[in-house]
Write a new protein. Structure first.
Length: 104
């Protein structure tokens, strides 16, 4: 089974073909092709290629499934004995991508 480790949005993801991943928001429309060119590692059965920092010529190709916002996260700050309470909500933008191929 082929898998790879890619870098996008300041994070690293382990991916394999036909997998759906939720990543930090990237520019692109729904059903548009997207290419991840920052591939850190590619493994295929016994063969492993490790990049320094990236594997040369390796790419992961996918399709953008949706652009959306995540569920609301509550940020609550509280200081005891001083009547300090602050409640705030945050919804992070994300992109869902389906990986089609890993080329190396």
């Amino acid at each position: 089974m082929v898998f790879a480790v890619i870098q996008t949005g300041g994070k690293q993801y382990k991916i394999s073909p036909e997998q759906k991943i939720k990543i930090e928001k990237v520019e692109g429309d729904k059903d548009a092709a997207f290419v991840f060119d920052k591939v850190l590692l590619v493994a295929d059965a016994d063969k492993i290629k490790i990049g320094a920092p990236y594997v040369e010529g390796a790419k992961a190709e996918g399709i953008i499934l949706k652009q959306a916002r995540d569920r609301k996260k509550i940020v609550f700050k509280y200081h005891s004995k001083t009547r300090y309470r602050k409640k705030k909500g945050h919804r992070q933008h994300f992109t869902e991508v389906k990986i089609n191929k890993i080329r190396y």
